[in-house]
Design a protein around this ligand. Structure first.
Ligand code: BGC
Length: 751
């Protein structure tokens, strides 16, 4: 008789406390059964870098699975689960994980793009939507959010990060965890989150993937650890150890990061899973002589589940028998896995039933959310006034009463609005570039079950939305990869006859993401040549960049009339873009990452340390030292002004509170969303501090002429202290400079 046919054991009784169920079950398990709980197999290919295992390697006692790409995820889950429940002695259900990174079938923008929305509530809703859909397909656990810190766009995985501010990444980390897991962990629409890749993977040398990382203990605590801590504190149930060798101790065998920090200081109770074959790779990294040593080191350091390489299963029994691995270590790891399963409720509900969400293509509500996220994530980097390009006179008359509120000379302002509109009237548009007609690229890397066939391309969206009377000609101009046969002549002809060119260039989905490092950020193939050829026509060009990372625009940025970073904006990116181009939406995205002029400027980020010599000294001799676009840069179709900062005191004690306020006014002609960023600088400290450190942000929509007071309530311990190289917080007396918009103020911290 198998366990599932009789619900008699305490571990099978849902009303008993979880700890009691775990103890009961653990007491019944053989060593082999325990070790199987620490083994993770993969069903199907999870991504082009990871090849599926053969099915004959699977056991009914396998603890967990990664669901790769099979379209029949739900049926596969149920079939595998049936084996676990019915063909194993104890009927322990398996847990099914998958990389649900930015949507399941309804695809939201890449995380780096979402970070540019500065709207964690929306990001949280996107994660909740993905969780609900994934769960309906039989996924219990997502390998997300990815909260790695990275300041090197050569690393393809920068696309999966939330950008270069540890504060922002922490906010998004917590929001994503809440979105994926929901309020009722294990309930409907809730999947377990997994913070990855712990830790420092984003510092990969030279932007190459899977390589060594050299991170000072100071930088580890300041930049890399905070988003993980925030995610654990938000209740993330699991963490993934990374591939990188961290200063000589690989992160999948690092007792300091895994046990000391993660478990002892932060109190993670759930399991740590290794990244794909990271335990076996300890041998490649020169940290273990053989599989047994790799297993021993990973388990002892704190990796509970071995993803995909099967080493725990292969080596654990002998390691326990020889005394190299204490049984208590295995038991502790198994307890954490079982706890996850009990809390997810899969002992009670091992199977996934078919539902409306598991069958159909994305529904309108999902697509609307994906579109909102795409619209909020795109960043208008440059605009000489060419955008929005269609503003009919009747539209101007409609918005005028509101737009002109508070403006003293209303008649002349209205006259100006009317004539701008007349000047810009566009009748013929040339839509050019390999990304104009490419739907798949909009989905980006890790796009799960997202379907290119269901995704409108930029050309599709413009055709659908352009008002009648505007002619659209579409010419790819060149291929993405670039071929000697690429012929620009049709694209050039289209540009010549157009009033406006929309030129779409960038990357396809797999040019960013894992194993997608690049030594240059210049446009791939012959795209740069195409851009130069189109610019040479003299027509106004709106450049649209589809990518997972900042790309190098240095050679032609000055020739563009407007530039939009659309990123890989997901299922509805093209619709969102069309609305922004047409002025139906006002863009509000702001860069979550510094956009360098050239690849040679890397690393370049807002929170750098001050230099020894000032002014021009130390600057590049061949190029400006400043970025092309700074962190937090992004334009709107309206303008905002900031009042001077008001502080309620000039001094604050270490345990006190000081409030800063700024009044922000929409000084333009249309409603717009403004994000107010509060940065601090600590100009003299016992450990040098960044030039600018983001501490808080807030966003609101303001009608033309409207003002709002933004407030930052500063708690010195929380907002002004900094860690030392072992994570101890330091708060020192002295001056603090506060910056928001173009305003600065300072105050003193006193003992
Ligand atoms: C990636 C992880 C991913 C895992 C499972 C690895 O290659 O680094 O981010 O979660 O595969 O697909």
């Amino acid at each position: 008789m198998t366990a599932s046919s009789a619900r008699s054991y305490p571990y099978q009784q849902p009303d008993l406390p979880v700890a009691q169920r775990i103890a009961d079950l653990l007491g019944r398990m053989t060593l082999e059964e325990k070790i199987d709980q620490l083994h993770q197999s993969s069903i199907g290919d999870t991504n082009p870098n990871n090849l599926a295992q053969r099915t004959e390697e699977f056991r009914a006692t396998d603890g967990s699975f990664i669901m790769g790409g099979p379209p029949t995820v739900l049926a596969t889950r149920n079939a595998f689960q049936k084996r676990a429940m019915e063909a194993s002695r104890l009927g322990i259900p398996a847990v099914f994980g998958s990389d649900v990174i930015h949507g399941y079938r309804a695809i939201t923008p890449l995380p780096l793009a979402q970070a540019c929305s500065w709207n964690p509530a929306l990001v949280q809703r996107g994660c909740a939507m993905a969780a609900e859909e994934a769960k309906a397909h039989g996924i219990d656990w997502t390998f997300a959010p990815m909260v790695d810190h990275c300041v090197d766009a050569r690393w393809g995985r920068i696309a999966e990060t939330f950008g270069e501010s540890p504060y922002a990444a922490s906010v998004y980390s917590a929001a994503s965890v809440r979105g994926f897991q929901g309020e009722n962990f294990g309930g409907p629409g809730s999947v377990a989150a997994c913070l990855k890749h712990y830790v420092g993977y984003g510092a990969s040398e030279g932007g190459r993937d899977y390589v060594y990382t050299e991170i000072s203990s100071q930088t580890l605590w300041e930049m890399h650890l905070p988003p993980f801590e925030a995610g654990v504190r938000a209740g993330a149930r699991t963490v993934m150890s990374a591939f990188n060798d961290l200063n000589g101790t690989p992160t999948s065998a690092n007792p300091y990061t895994l046990t000391e920090i993660l478990r002892k200081r932060w109190g993670l109770t759930g399991p740590v899973v290794s990244d794909w074959a990271a335990v076996a790779q300890l041998i490649n990294q020169g940290f273990a002589a053989d599989e047994a040593e790799a297993t021993e080191k990973a388990l002892k350091a704190g990796v509970d589940i071995d993803m995909a390489d099967g080493l725990y299963r292969k080596c654990d029994v002998a390691l326990v028998a020889s005394g190299r691995l204490p049984l208590t270590l295995i038991d502790d790891a198994v307890r954490r896995v079982l706890r996850l399963k009990f809390e997810l409720g899969i002992f009670e509900h091992p199977y996934t039933e078919t539902s409306a969400l598991s069958a159909a293509a994305p529904n309108p509500a999902q697509l609307a959310l994906a579109e909102e996220l795409a619209a909020r994530s795109l960043v208008l980097l440059k605009n000489d006034g060419v955008l929005p390009f269609v503003a009919s006179l009747s539209q101007v008359e409609r918005v005028a009463p509101n737009a002109l509120k508070g403006i003293s000379d209303q008649p002349s302002a209205l006259g100006a609005m009317r004539s701008t509109c007349r000047d810009k009237t566009v009748r013929r548009i040339a839509l050019i570039g390999p990304l104009a007609v490419n739907s798949a690229a909009l989905l980006g890397c890790w796009c799960q079950q997202g379907q290119a066939a269901e995704t409108p391309s930029i050309a599709d969206a413009l055709k659908e939305r352009l008002p009648s009377g505007i002619a659209l000609r579409v010419e790819a101009g060149c291929s993405l990869a670039g071929a000697p046969t690429d012929d620009f002549s049709l694209a050039i002809a289209a540009a010549q006859e157009a009033d406006l060119v929309i030129l779409c260039v960038g990357e396809d989905g797999l040019m960013s993401g894992e194993n997608a490092s690049r030594s240059t950020l210049r446009l791939a193939g012959r795209q740069e040549e195409l851009v130069q050829a189109i610019a040479a026509t003299g027509r106004p060009v709106v450049l649209v960049i589809v990518s997972g990372r900042p790309l190098e625009l240095h050679a032609f940025e000055g020739k563009m009339a407007a530039i939009i970073a659309l990123w890989a904006g997901g299922s509805r990116a093209a619709a969102a873009l069309a609305d922004v181009l047409l002025g139906r939406r006002n863009p509000s995205g702001r860069l979550a990452v510094t956009w360098p002029r050239t690849v040679g400027q890397i690393p370049l980020y807002h929170n750098m340390r001050p230099r020894a010599r000032l002014g021009d000294e130390g600057a590049y001799r061949d190029i400006a030292t400043t970025p092309l676009y700074e962190f937090a840069h992004g334009l709107s179709y309206t303008t905002f002004s900031y009042s001077p900062i008001r502080l309620d005191q000039t001094e604050v004690s270490e345990t006190g509170k000081i409030t800063a306020e700024v009044t922000v006014t929409n000084t333009g002609a249309r409603e717009g969303v403004e994000t107010v960023f509060w940065f601090i600088r600590d100009p003299a400290a016992s450990i040098t501090r960044p030039l600018k450190d983001l501490k808080y942000f807030e966003q609101t929509s303001l009608a033309p002429g409207a003002s709002r007071v933004f407030r930052f309530e500063i708690e010195p311990q929380r907002d002004l202290s900094f860690p030392d190289g072992d994570g101890r917080r330091i708060l020192e007396p002295g001056e603090i400079i506060l910056m928001t918009g173009d305003r600065r103020a300072s105050f003193l911290v006193v003992r």
